[in-house]
Write a protein that binds this ligand. Structure first.
Ligand code: SF4
Length: 342
């Protein structure tokens, strides 16, 4: 089975230069595979500083990896010809957190939607363009008569976010990377927007990479999940298993801080670690041992000497933690491949 989109051991360092020789390691050896003929929803979860947005930008080809490579249909983005690059830019679309920022306030919705159609020369008449816009708006759960002809400020936050979905759909994408798509939207609208993303996979066969800090919505929409901590994969597996039975101490911390309807009760009976200090990016020179060691209540001497490899604890789960060293090790690439093919 061919891979549609693949991250192969990608790392990204920021801030190296004349004055700063070490830099910040935003993404550290992450592998991910999305298969061509198996639409899926994969969540990339972590807190701010975990590297998830940098990973999204790498997958979109917006920035280059420092190490490793991103491949689309088996071809590296860096060595793709113009035609391949154009196909990639059309078929891999993004939906960002703040739709307002993505709009030019002087453009009406119609212009927002016609621009990509023109750029990729996908329609050949005004009628075709209009028909395509209407179809995409409906697929995104909007009524064309309530949205076309309006300016962004005349729409609600939920409508603006759906227009971003419609804009992505115009180009018949194969994959959508949705980076915190509902974090700026009212809780009442969150479920309906997420449902429309799930429908894209179900009805149109579009794969989604869902980037979020929110494990509750990750659980609602995705099949597989990658938990990132300071740029590295701490745990990956089926979302059902990882959220219900987290293994990595960091995943346990995240899950324990998911609020239940009663704000006094937390999953896991309360946090055994300090959730407030959960963030912090890694520097290239401090990656000697486990990145979580300073906060881990289970830390052992070996945790300080070398970063833990991924241990495969179940067929569909791997954890980067020495607590699971009785299990066989597995590479991130093998694990990503096995998820994507399952
Ligand atoms: Fe904690 Fe050690 Fe596991 Fe890191 S490797 S999470 S420090 S037990």
């Amino acid at each position: 089975m061919t891979s549609l989109l693949e991250a192969r051991q990608v790392s990204r360092v920021f801030g190296t230069g004349l004055l700063n020789k070490t830099g910040t390691l935003a993404v550290d050896g992450v592998s991910l595979v999305i298969k061509e003929d198996r639409p899926s929803i994969t969540a990339i979860a972590g807190e701010s500083g975990s590297g998830k947005t940098t990973l999204a930008r790498l997958l979109l080809g917006m920035i280059q990896p420092t190490k490793g490579e991103i491949l689309y249909k088996g071809r590296s983005l860096t060595s793709m010809d113009r035609q391949g690059r154009e196909e990639f830019r059309r078929q891999v679309q993004a939906i960002f957190q703040d739709p307002y920022e993505s709009y030019n306030p002087v453009y009406k919705v119609d212009q927002v939607l016609t621009l990509p159609l023109r750029k990729f020369r996908l329609t050949h008449s005004k009628e075709q363009t209009h028909q395509r816009m209407e179809e995409s708006l409906r697929m995104a759960g909007l009524r064309p008569e309530e949205t076309l002809g309006r300016y962004p400020h005349q729409l609600s936050g939920g409508q603006r976010q759906r227009i971003m979905v419609a804009r992505a759909l115009l180009l018949n994408p194969r994959i959508i990377l949705a980076d915190e798509p509902v974090s700026m939207v009212d809780a009442s609208l969150r479920a309906t927007i997420l449902e429309s993303l799930v429908k894209l996979k179900r009805d149109l066969g579009i794969s989604l990479v869902y980037i979020t800090h929110d494990l509750t919505t990750a659980y609602q929409v995705s099949q597989n999940i990658y938990i990132l901590y300071r740029g590295s994969v701490a745990e990956l597996g089926s979302v059902e298993e990882v959220i219900k039975h987290p293994r990595h101490p960091y995943t346990r911390l995240l899950v324990s801080s998911i609020p239940l309807p009663d704000p006094d009760i937390r999953w896991g009976g309360g946090s055994e670690m300090d959730t407030k200090s959960a963030t912090g990016t890694a520097h290239v020179d401090d990656a000697k041992g486990c990145k979580f060691v300073s906060r881990c209540p289970f830390a052992m001497a070996e945790c300080r000497h070398a970063p833990p490899p991924l241990y495969r604890t179940e067929d569909d789960r791997a954890v980067a933690c020495y607590l699971y060293k009785d299990h066989p090790t597995v590479s991130g690439g093998e694990m990503a491949e096995s998820f994507a093919s399952a």
